[in-house]
Ligand binder design. Sequence first.
Ligand code: URA
Length: 208
Amino acid sequence: MPVHEIRHPLIRHKLGLMRQATLSTKSFRELAQEIAALLTYEAAKDLPLEPAMVDGWAGPTQVERLAGKKITVVPILRAGIGMLDGVLSLIPGARVSVVGIARDEQTLQAQTYLERLVGELDQRQALIVDPMLATGGSMVATIDLLKQAGCKEIRALVLVAAPEGIARVTAAHPDVAIYTASVDDGLNEDGYIMPGLGDAGDRVFGTK
Ligand code: URA
């Protein structure tokens, strides 16, 4: 599945603002949600529609509506919360499945510590949100558990992606499309994306 780097001028501009180290928590938060909404718009371009009839002002009118079960948005804790409202601003009826993943310091493997998935995942499209696709460990683990729960149609929305993370996700799950505002240069020795945004969780929650 392809990686979609959405090089829209509004996204480029907003991401440029987010890269400023001195940006306030409030502005960083707002911009993360705005870019999340714009990525959602792109990722939703081929959602299936079905015909429906409504009582229009001049009588019965044929319209279209989204077909099937409601989408589930899947924020990966904690930074994924920083994109959730942006997705919901365009898909307000979406159901939310929350996943918490942390790295086991002994094994260095991604460990799931929280999993609150909505039902009927076999009939829903999932939009995973996490601002930074760095090594790809959390994203692969999240896709693994969604697939184990029966989900067949999964997309990932990330603000910034490292080539290393993209390679890992596409190797493990070639059917999952990634939508990102930028494919950056790569990871530094501490696992941060360069030039990246720094620690997105800290910047969203104001913890640094
Ligand atoms: N997580 C972050 O918040 N930032 C990075 O650059 C990499 C992982």
